[in-house]
Write a protein that binds this ligand. Structure first.
Ligand SMILES: [Zn+2]
Ligand SMILES: [Zn+2]
Length: 72
């Protein structure tokens, strides 16, 4: 069994794409998979491109994938 040491902590944060509901327009949110939250490296940083809205240029933010959090 391969084990990789990971020193980064992850914690679930609210998915801004669906506003934490897990659904967008009656469909399961693609960003969080319907969970309503996404795993984000801690300390969580709001996506600098969309300012946490998950939307950029009227489309899904490419940096955060719509989650509203900086994932890297
Ligand atoms: Zn979502
Ligand atoms: Zn973003």
């Amino acid at each position: 069994m391969l084990q990789t040491y990971i020193d980064t902590e992850y914690a679930p944060e609210k998915c801004f794409h669906c506003n934490g509901t897990g659904h967008v327009n009656g469909k399961i949110c693609e960003v969080c998979g319907g969970q309503g939250d996404v795993l984000v490296a801690q300390p969580a940083i709001v996506c600098p491109l969309c300012n946490g809205s998950g939307i950029f240029d009227n489309g899904t933010c490419r940096v955060c994938g719509g989650s509203g959090w900086a994932l890297l």
